[in-house]
Design a protein around this ligand. Structure first.
Ligand code: HEM
Length: 467
């Protein structure tokens, strides 16, 4: 092992202009990374508008040092603020550092753990079943849209406890309008601070503010209504956050609540929907894997009703989900800003630059994974994912708050749909990777067709039936 150089320096990287590098990052997210990895290896320097100079890592030792560094020195909120302060709000967990981040995380962690997960599991299963009930044999549809409908319904229900379906759908439409805006080419401009100016409804920032306003209104109205009606007996996240107190006994202000709910809405469903979409595209072309998922489901079901509390018994499905998150990561990775010169593995990087653990490159680095391009869930059977090599949810003190929630949702939706519906993906369909809001999703939405009537909830499909 070589030693880090004594003076801070940047590793080499692509020499193209910042503009060209930014365009490639937006338009060809995978290829640009693969090309740079092939040329420069597991640490290289890129220059991207909105992010400045960024050292892209797929080296395990460097990633370990990044995730275990002092969060006052290697920060996240400060760099997020440059991109998202006006978008997500100054109080958003994503935009905070140090003690304010810690305090907010303590408030936001309990809603996503423990007994509550069972309640969410029931909501997830219901949303999946409701989606299937709408399908007709022979119908063709984009599975990405179904996944968005399901995950949006779930997040709205668990965040706001919107019980009434109609109201949930109207709020959902406002959220989708907002997110759709982020799949337009002009949205790439929003990361540039100088472009964050309201120059009227035709300017990107002006448009963003106008599609966000109705969403703000709905969130503010929900907060006011809940404060007025009280939180007694309620199990939604909004009520939990209204009741939460920090160490000094202080409740959250309306502004804080608004920023947090907005953040959770944005990061809490599109990511899971995109992961599930890649999942269906992968699994529907692999009847052998679907047969194994179904056989396991039947076996576990033989021991009694498979309610969401028993999903943990589906160990093969667990391995499938881990492998999906490895092969098709839906975020670029975990980025930090270095406030001081920092040693990361063999690197000694200067202050002021960003360092990012690249999910795509780390998950496909042949030095870390046997046959990295192969989809092979068995690699996770009976084994924990290797530390600092499997990072779909980032790592360290900023690791994704919703990781357990998202994993549960993926398992429930995959298992409900694969065990009760025979779907066919259009033969030869090969999706491109497209940026949509913060996620890398399958362009075209993955068209599928329902081949036979959806099976009853208590009569799962035969393992050998068509996928
Ligand atoms: C498959 C689905 C998901 C993926 C792949 C994903 C991925 C990520 C990643 C990579 C990060 C950055 C971690 C880091 O910097 O180390 C993150 C942060 C975060 N995620 Fe997720 N996420 C998913 C679902 C969710 C859900 C369902 C929620 C909540 C309902 C959520 C809430 C958050 C929050 C609040 C943060 C910021 C944490 C902080 O800064 O302390 N995510 N997520």
């Amino acid at each position: 092992m070589s030693h880090p150089p004594s003076t801070p320096q940047l590793p080499p990287g692509p020499r193209a202009s910042r503009l060209v590098q930014t365009w490639r990052f937006v338009a060809r997210p995978r290829r640009s990374l693969d090309d740079s990895f092939a040329r420069y290896g597991d640490a290289f320097t890129a220059r991207i508008f909105g992010m400045g100079t960024i050292v892209v890592l797929s080296n395990r030792a460097a990633i370990r040092d990044l995730f275990t560094a002092d969060p006052e020195v290697v920060v996240t909120g400060e760099s997020n603020r440059r991109l998202f302060e006006d978008l997500l709000g100054a109080n958003s967990l994503l935009n905070l550092d140090g003690s304010r981040h810690l305090r907010k995380r303590k408030l936001l962690t309990p809603p996503f753990h423990g007994q509550r997960m069972h309640v969410y599991g029931v909501a997830m299963r219901e949303a999946a079943r409701r989606a299937m009930a709408r399908w007709r044999v022979g119908q063709r549809f984009a599975i990405a849209q179904t996944m968005r409908d399901i995950t949006l319904e779930v997040i709205l229900r668990v965040i706001f406890g919107v019980d009434e379906l109609d109201q949930r759908e109207r709020t959902g439409a406002v959220v989708l309008d907002f997110l759709d805006f982020f799949s337009r080419p002009e949205a790439a401009m929003l990361g540039i601070r100088a472009a964050q100016l309201d120059l009227g409804p035709r300017s990107p920032w002006g448009r963003m503010l106008r599609v966000r306003a109705p969403l703000d209104e709905r969130i503010n109205a929900a907060i006011a209504a809940r404060r007025a009606a009280g939180t007694e007996g309620r199990e939604d996240i909004l009520s939990m956050l209204i009741d939460a107190r920090d160490e000094d006994g202080q409740p959250m202000s309306d502004a804080e609540l608004r920023d947090d709910l907005f953040t959770l809405l944005l990061v809490g469903h599109e990511t899971t929907a995109a992961s599930l979409t890649w999942g269906f595209w992968t699994l529907l072309r692999r009847p052998d894997l679907v047969a194994k998922i179904r056989a396991e489901y039947r076996e576990v079901m033989a021991g009694g009703p498979l309610d969401p509390g028993r999903v943990g018994e589906l160990v093969y499905l667990d391995a499938v989900v881990k492998e999906l998150l490895r092969v098709h990561p839906v975020t670029d990775g975990a980025a930090r800003l270095l406030m001081q010169p920092t040693r990361l593995g063999d690197l000694h990087l200067p202050a002021g630059v960003m360092a990012a653990a690249s999910t795509w490159l780390t998950h496909h680095n042949p030095a870390l994974w046997d046959q990295p391009r192969r989809f092979w869930p068995e690699r996770f059977l009976g084994k924990k994912p290797p530390a600092y090599a499997w990072l779909p949810f980032g790592g360290g003190p900023r690791r994704c708050v919703g990781a357990a929630f998202a994993t549960l949702e993926m398992k429930i939706v995959l298992s409900e749909l694969l065990n009760h519906a025979s779907l066919r993906v259009e033969p030869g369909y090969q999706p491109k990777v497209a940026r949509r809001a913060i996620t890398l999703s399958a362009a075209g939405g993955v068209p599928v067709e329902l081949l036979a009537p959806v099976a009853a909830a208590d009569r799962p499909l035969d393992p050998e039936a068509s996928p």
